[in-house]
Design a protein around this ligand. Structure first.
Ligand code: NAD
Length: 362
């Protein structure tokens, strides 16, 4: 694309701090002269019967048409009779893979200094197929579905990601020693795809051993690909690896993925956690992991880093890598310098001051 032909991207500013941090993204992108035109969409105030959710059909059509979306945090509406916003996005847009990078921040001391890995999670099947029933009273069954099609698709994505992002190794995470058929099929598909990428090292690691290796030495890993449930757990475990030393866990938090896992995390994680969901026909929806932070909304206190990094990840998928690198470097330079940090990182800067500092560092 050239500046005369901007790429259209759907932007969901979201709720709470969403509009403020979205404004930061727009400002930084404008300063970096990123050739993107935002098409803003807001969550409706009533359920759209066509989507069975507060997300309108027109919003989903916008992402389908543009092929790319950036999502700010959305407050989960309370009540029954409609689908969650994340589930709606995942199902309607066929978002089959969730990519979550996890790395230590330069200049900010954490428990491990060398974390730089990416979890790639199959997002549509496995234990989360929603097929549970009672056989007789006191006995229930949950079906774990693994298909060749979905496994090949996510494996292909992982190897392609490794190749195009200068990564050296893909580890398939499994429990095929016990679940011989389901995880066995998943591994078989990974092996098939691995053969097409001889330049990428391939290994298979049993999930329990993987957990131990991750907490002992996360630098052993590069790209991890896995079925849905393992991905849900391991991506949060990896998030824990970059939690700040000395920053005690302070609150409960729900992951952005549609399966609501609650866990404690340190503030540092807010800063860098983001993920990209990839769908059919290459649709990408990038999002910050944190929520709408109603306690600080509208106060010019929010840290826009996670949404900025989500936007940077989206730029990479749009092949705007030079711009992505420039913005990425400016963000981390700003944090490393330490002069402008928002309150969650122990600083006193406002959202706007931090944003300006990033723009100045571009
Ligand atoms: P939260 O992440 O919104 O807030 C937890 C704490 O972290 C708060 O103290 C908040 O001030 C702080 N915080 C969060 N993001 C921050 C940022 N960018 N900068 C500085 N501080 C930040 O979690 P919550 O309070 O459990 O949820 C609030 C709402 O957000 C709920 O409606 C929830 O359903 C929704 N939510 C949405 C998403 C999403 O859309 N991806 C994810 C999680 C929660």
């Amino acid at each position: 694309a050239s500046p005369s032909q901007p790429i259209r991207v759907t932007l969901f500013p979201g709720d709470g701090i969403g509009p403020e941090i979205s404004q930061s993204v727009k400002q930084v992108f404008s300063a970096a002269e990123v050739p993107i035109e935002w098409e803003e969409h807001f969550v409706g105030d009533k359920v759209d019967p066509r989507t069975e959710s507060f997300l309108t059909w027109e919003s989903l059509e916008s992402v389908r048409k543009n092929g790319a979306g950036l999502k700010g945090p959305m407050a989960t509406p309370i009540g029954k009779g409609f689908r969650s916003l994340n589930l709606t996005l995942r199902k309607e847009l066929g978002l089959y893979v969730n990519v979550r990078p996890c790395f230590s921040i330069p200049g900010y001391k954490t428990r491990y200094d060398s974390v730089n890995l990416v979890t790639i999670r199959e997002n549509t099947e496995g234990e989360y197929s929603g097929l549970e029933h009672q056989v007789v009273r006191g006995v229930v069954e949950s079906l774990k579905i693994i298909t060749r099609q979905a496994s090949l698709r996510v494996a292909e994505y992982a190897f392609h990601y490794a190749k195009t992002n200068g990564r050296q190794k893909v580890s398939a995470i499994h429990k095929a020693n016990i679940m011989k058929k389901t995880d066995g099929l998943f591994l078989k598909c990974c092996r098939e795809v691995a053969e097409k990428y001889p330049e990428i090292n391939y290994e298979e690691v049993i999930i329990d051993n993987c957990c131990m290796m991750l907490v002992k030495n996360p630098a052993l890993f590069d790209v991890l690909v896995m079925p849905n449930l393992y991905g849900d757990i391991i991506s949060d475990l990896c998030a824990g690896l970059v939690g700040g030393l000395g920053l005690t866990p302070r609150y409960s938090y729900s992951t952005l993925t549609s399966h609501m896992i609650y866990f404690s995390m340190s503030f540092l994680m807010i800063l860098i956690l983001y993920s990209c969901n990839i769908g059919e026909k290459g649709i990408v929806v990038a999002e910050a992991v944190h929520g709408s932070a109603p306690d600080i909304a509208g106060k010019n206190l929010a840290n826009p880093t996670a949404l900025l990094l989500s936007a940077v990840a989206m730029l990479r998928t749009l092949e705007l890598r030079v711009k992505a690198d420039q913005i990425h470097d400016a963000i981390f330079k700003t944090i490393a310098e330490g002069k402008y940090r928002t309150g969650d990182l122990g600083g006193t800067s406002s959202t706007r001051e931090f944003t300006k500092a990033v723009c100045d560092n571009l």
